[in-house]
Design a protein around this ligand. Sequence first.
Ligand SMILES: Cc1cc2nc3c(=O)[nH]c(=O)nc-3n(C[C@H](O)[C@H](O)[C@H](O)COP(=O)(O)OP(=O)(O)OC[C@H]3O[C@@H](n4cnc5c(N)ncnc54)[C@H](O)[C@@H]3O)c2cc1C
Length: 434
Amino acid sequence: MNIVNDNTCSWLNDLNERTSVKTLNKDKSCDWLIIGAGYTGLSAARKLSELHPNQKIIIVDAQLAGEGASGRNSGYLVDTTLNDGFTSNKELSNYKKKTNIYKLGIDVVKRFIKEQQVDCDWNESGKYFASSNEKDRKILENFSKTLLKLNFEHNILDKDDLGKRLGTNFYNLALYTKGGVLLHPGKLVRAMVDTLPDNVELLENTQLNEWSKNSDTIVCKFNNHKIITKKVIFCTNGFLKSLGIKNNYNFPLTLTASMTRTLTDTEFKSIGEPKEWGVLPVRPMGATTRMTKDKRILIRNTAEVHSPFKMSKSELDKRSLNQKLGIKKRFPTLPNDIIESSWSGIVSRTRNSSQIFEKIDDNVFVAGCYNGSGIGVGTLFGEQIAIKASNENSDEINIIESRSKPTWLPPQPFLNIGVITRLMFERFRSRSDV
Ligand SMILES: Cc1cc2nc3c(=O)[nH]c(=O)nc-3n(C[C@H](O)[C@H](O)[C@H](O)COP(=O)(O)OP(=O)(O)OC[C@H]3O[C@@H](n4cnc5c(N)ncnc54)[C@H](O)[C@@H]3O)c2cc1C
């Protein structure tokens, strides 16, 4: 089955059209093959090129590079999270390990944008974990205790304060964390594509269908041609399972989001001209909402079990309607028809929210499964899996590997039944904040 990204994502439509796109048009061989050109794969390619300037490195993507989840997410580069999809963190030492990884992720993205002078609307604005439901105060107070122990600067805000800051009276309370960055995900990943080093060959619209390993060579089959490589790194995140990688440890979820057009000056004044902000939900299945730098409103309020390969327009329209209602609830005075685009994207989950970072066979490596933290963690893991695959070590690898490994998942159909039931339950609990 072919991967088809819908072409309706505002972030991607903001970018210039690419002009030089190369596709695999003959059999090839290389030292290194990277499958998947999102943050993880692009970052791995950059690091490999630095470590092996004289070796042949190829990176392939089934679609256009960076136009999967990496170019279509909500743009939060997080330092802390309250939920990982539908699991939350109860144990302090595990939470600390997770935030150590987030910190490294922020550092690596920061270094990249500094070195390459990237404009990706970087804003160290912090973020809000907000709820309309007073009953969620207990959750935020407990979260505050965790953040205090780990010295994350934060404070709890009430309705009036929030109304002024966000331009909506929808939320009753929030925990604001000073750390964390808002950015334009499309601009960031496009910069990673545009600055790929010369010794990396990028092949797009080139989907891996099958692969096999025979002693020292790995044969990767695409539609009409193959690539023979010495080492391979799988960076396909939500598509790991469809390639049979770590099958019993990860599964894909499909997310959808919508973005409004830019608010007019009158509309923006009517909501109090708030500064750019980002809200994450307190309950796992509530909506993520954002006011962008250029006065657009983003909402993401679905996560579901769906074929990762394609969402039809009619299916997307249904989700978009739901997002229109979500915006109306928060901004009742704005017009009804301000959504400019809606899109879907694929993330990857593990049972215990740990990421995958592994050698799965001699010369075969994989990194993925970041849920809602892939901007930083994906960029970090890409770089570090390249180091690991080169038989080197780093402090970052030690930190990454000190986290517990993903736990085993039941086979189908039990897995889908379990995930769907859990998502329905969480959606019910989050219903006021969808
Ligand atoms: C709507 C949405 C909102 C999100 N919000 C946030 C957020 O605010 N902050 C955050 O940090 N993260 C967020 N995420 C998650 C984040 O986008 C991902 O974790 C991150 O993009 C993962 O990067 P990646 O490079 O590993 O995977 P991807 O970006 O998914 O890249 C994998 C690539 O592999 C390619 N591929 C797959 N199969 C094959 C194959 N067989 N052959 C060749 N190529 C293949 C795909 O085409 C794709 O381009 C969100 C995701 C979505 C969808």
